[in-house]
Design a binder for this molecule. Structure first.
Ligand SMILES: *Cc1c(COP(=O)(O)O)cnc(C)c1O
Length: 363
């Protein structure tokens, strides 16, 4: 195939980026307009870079209506480092944090938090193979918890919180790595939101953190400097050298989402894309969706076939047909179509057509 041809990329992450963003980055790779150097070659303390960083932050603030008492940070270490930073900063000695376990990533967050302090398992759907999000009535929340942690979209299991839990006055902390900005988000409901960028926001190596300002007071001076939210907030994410190229691409991606009409517009598109695949899954029973219907993710659509041999054939033949990355996570098997914001609707149509044809031949 010609080297510039793009296939349908269903990867769970790092994931597909908007072509318009890649093209703009390509045009500016040798020299940012009027600068004479690429974004990777300039000082992170230059006004050029500070403008790029502040532009990305402003676009995020506009996109999600982030209230003025929230700080927007661009950190490193991925969502996985946030599993440690959240309790190190927000969980005081002697207090406990509530965690809701809805999948493999929640489980990892819990394991890391337990290394730092006291964790109360406030709910889990592990006994149901994580096929659903717990109901409010199932949650055992403590009113004096330091915070409540949830995973808003379970990337591996294909489930998503459709409504946020009511946590009273306790700060809600969410790992939104795989559904950030895929739909409108009421930031004021959260104490802290974090997301590795490589699914919905940009390339890997940047982690978006949005934190309510009053919570910065919990960050102790005794923390290692690089793990202290207050240090990063006081320095506008420029305490040390950030991932300058990653922030640049993230900024272009935020502009792209705004250009599409913002979060309501992207949510409508995401509903339509996921709806097409779920409709095909539900059409005959040849495919079986693994998530309970009321918990289905719009970002990661997980499904199985009657036998593992059929699943192997599905993955092999779909890959050959230019549909890449449909093999499910090794922990759960089956198939997974990751269809983040930048995944084009034509790719969804191509998958649905492939599913029909596969069923016609094998069903
Ligand atoms: C991908 C993912 C992570 C891990 O992100 P890293 O940036 O690789 O650390 C954590 N949580 C969720 C929900 C994810 O989808």
């Amino acid at each position: 195939m010609p080297t510039t041809t793009r296939i349908h990329n269903f990867s769970a992450g790092p994931a597909v980026l908007p072509v318009a963003v890649l093209e703009e980055a390509q045009r500016n790779l040798i020299s940012l307009p009027g600068v004479g150097m690429s974004v990777m070659e300039i000082s992170h303390r230059s006004s050029t870079f500070e403008d790029l960083l502040n532009g990305a932050i402003e676009d995020i603030r506009a996109l999600a209506n982030v209230p003025s008492n929230y700080r927007i940070l661009m950190l490193q270490g991925g969502a996985s480092l946030q599993f440690s930073m959240v309790p190190m900063n927000l969980l005081p000695a002697g207090a406990a944090a509530d965690y809701v376990d809805t999948g493999s990533w929640s489980d990892k967050a819990i394991k890391e938090a337990k290394k730092v302090g006291k964790v109360n398992l406030a709910g889990t759907t592990k006994a149901d193979s994580y096929a659903r999000i717990p109901a409010q009535s199932e949650l055992k929340l403590s009113p004096d918890a330091a915070y409540v942690h949830i995973t808003s979209n379970n990337t591996i299991e294909g489930t998503e919180w459709t409504a946020l839990p009511d946590v009273g006055g306790v700060p809600l902390v969410a790992d939104t790595s795989s559904d950030m900005f895929s739909r409108p988000i009421d930031v004021s409901r959260f104490g802290l939101i974090y997301a590795g960028a490589q699914k919905n926001l940009g390339p890997s190596g940047v982690t978006l953190v949005i934190i309510r300002e009053d919570l910065l007071a919990r960050s102790s001076d005794a923390l290692p400097t690089m793990l202290n939210y207050k240090v990063h907030a006081d320095n506008n994410s420029l305490y040390n050298t950030p991932n300058t190229f990653g922030i640049y691409i993230l900024g272009l991606t935020m502009k792209w989402v705004r250009g599409l009409g913002g979060l309501s517009a992207i949510a409508a598109l995401n509903q339509r894309k996921a709806g097409k695949i779920y409709a095909e899954i539900d059409r005959t029973g040849f495919y079986r969706g693994t998530a309970q219907k009321d918990s289905r993710s719009l970002m990661n659509v997980t499904f199985r076939l009657a036998t593992e041999d059929l699943e192997k054939a599905f993955v092999k033949e779909s890959t050959a047909a230019g549909l890449d990355g449909l093999k499910g996570h090794r922990a759960v098997g089956g198939m997974r179509a990751s269809i983040y914001n930048a995944f084009p609707e034509e790719g969804v149509d191509a998958l649905v057509e492939f599913m029909r044809e596969f069923e016609r031949k094998r069903g």
